[in-house]
Design a protein around this ligand. Sequence first.
Ligand SMILES: C[S@@+](CC[C@H](N)C(=O)[O-])C[C@H]1O[C@@H](n2cnc3c(N)ncnc32)[C@H](O)[C@@H]1O
Length: 239
Amino acid sequence: MSQLPITAFVPTLALRNKRFNLFHKRVLSGCTKVRMEEKDNSKQQHRIVQSNIFNQQVENFLRPIPEAVQQRMEKIAAELLLEPQDKLMDVGCGTGAMIPFLHKYVPLSQIFLCDCSEAMLEEAKKRFPECPAIYSDFLELEKEHGNWDKLLFNAVFGNFIDQKAVLGVAYNVLKENGKILVSHPMGRSFVRQLHDKDPQMVPHLLPNQQEWQQLLKGMNMSLEYYCDESQLYIARLSK
Ligand SMILES: C[S@@+](CC[C@H](N)C(=O)[O-])C[C@H]1O[C@@H](n2cnc3c(N)ncnc32)[C@H](O)[C@@H]1O
């Protein structure tokens, strides 16, 4: 699956839509690239900042993960309520830290990697070649790109410039009754620290329950599970 040509992944899209001419000069081996071309310049700038930052971070993300953090990552994976047939996207997958935990529930071929940092995605793909990979800004995905059962945003939701827009895209690419999990294995206060230190990298905090209600206003999605412990944040939304 991961080695299929791009046109096999989105057969009609490549033909129909010039904007999504998925062929490109530097094809990441085995990855589908969605052309990252934003109408909104501020979003494009932000995506470039993100990829520049994270292209330099691969080594840091490959360091061994402490046992206690791994246990919290187990909990995060469990809260996705994965079924064996589910098709899942790990949005902002980085080097694929969550994949071993997700793979306990679904085959690797059903876990799609997505990242806008070339270096991060390349590393994730090297570690998990069976996972299909999409090199894209998540905000560039459209309904036609596929219908996922579950979307995971682990340690990335604060990095997006427009969280409401992220939810709009997520809604579009999710199947009916699909679920979104927004999580962080270090908790909300850790994300606040990152934000205070570098608001360009992390422009937003993780929403509290009230803020979720605001974000979800006018959207056909609901918050069905919320956990805000000192070192664990999980919010599960249902379409
Ligand atoms: C803090 S890392 C988290 C990586 C991984 N989820 C984990 O748990 O280790 C954030 C990742 O999200 C990616 N990212 C940030 N904004 C993104 C966007 N708009 N679309 C896709 N990926 C994005 C970054 O390139 C980076 O690899």
